[in-house]
Design a binder for this molecule. Structure first.
Ligand code: G4P
Length: 193
């Protein structure tokens, strides 16, 4: 998605060898016009799939997921990273290991929000090693629901996330795909949409 690539070039900052800081439009401050445009692209790609729920994981997945759910006219559910005191029963959980942070966390969704009739689109801000998406797929499958695809804002294609998801037969649609950073500069691979 050319508009997104332009935002990354204009407003993103490369940190070290493999981190892209995009806090001015995606992970902290949120550019609502960009969110709307991205949501429309996800809608165009997935509109034939009969999506009934959009699922993401807190925190930075929420903005793109919410805009996408809105244009698809379906609810958005975000997996929680810490157990809330009101989540007392019927919780589906998965362990998510973060290579970046080197910690394992338990993510959860209340089982009442997913059923075997659901066709789910997972949306997330970054795809790196794919562990967050893998955990969400695990939870969605525990509910007997079907994962119709994974929509990603920024894929770090030099990490293994896409490979992991595609090996599970999951369709991955990334709006920007980053190759290895060279001299502190972002290189783009051809995006999916
Ligand atoms: P994975 O889920 O694909 O395996 O990712 P990984 O463990 O490597 O990443 C852990 C967290 O770091 C995730 O957010 C992910 O979105 C984020 N992340 C990974 N690479 C980058 C990057 O280059 N830039 C930025 N800005 N974030 C990156 P999280 O811990 O779930 O954070 P949040 O959504 O609560 O903010």
């Amino acid at each position: 998605m050319k508009v997104l690539e332009q935002h990354i070039l204009d407003r993103g900052q490369v940190l070290g060898e493999n981190i892209l800081k995009v806090d001015s439009f995606l992970t902290h401050q949120v550019d609502t016009q960009l969110m709307k445009a991205m949501a429309q692209v996800f809608k165009d790609v997935f509109q034939e799939a009969g999506i009934t729920k959009v699922v993401t994981i807190e925190a930075s997945g929420i903005a793109p997921a919410l805009y996408t759910a809105e244009v698809l006219g379906v609810p958005m559910i975000f997996a929680k990273k810490s157990k809330n005191i009101t989540m007392t029963e019927g919780i589906l959980t998965a362990e998510v290991y973060s290579f970046t942070k080197q910690v394992t966390s338990t993510v959860s969704i209340a089982s009442k929000f997913l059923s075997s009739d659901d066709k789910v689109l997972i949306i997330d801000d970054f795809l790196a090693n794919g562990q967050a998406a893998k955990g969400l797929i695990d939870i969605i499958e525990q509910a007997g629901a079907k994962v119709e695809g994974v929509g990603i804002v920024i894929e770090k294609s030099f990490q293994d996330g896409r490979k992991l998801l595609e090996a599970k037969g999951i369709r991955v649609v990334s709006l920007a795909r980053l190759g290895q950073f060279v001299d502190g500069k972002v290189q783009f691979l051809e995006a999916d949409a």
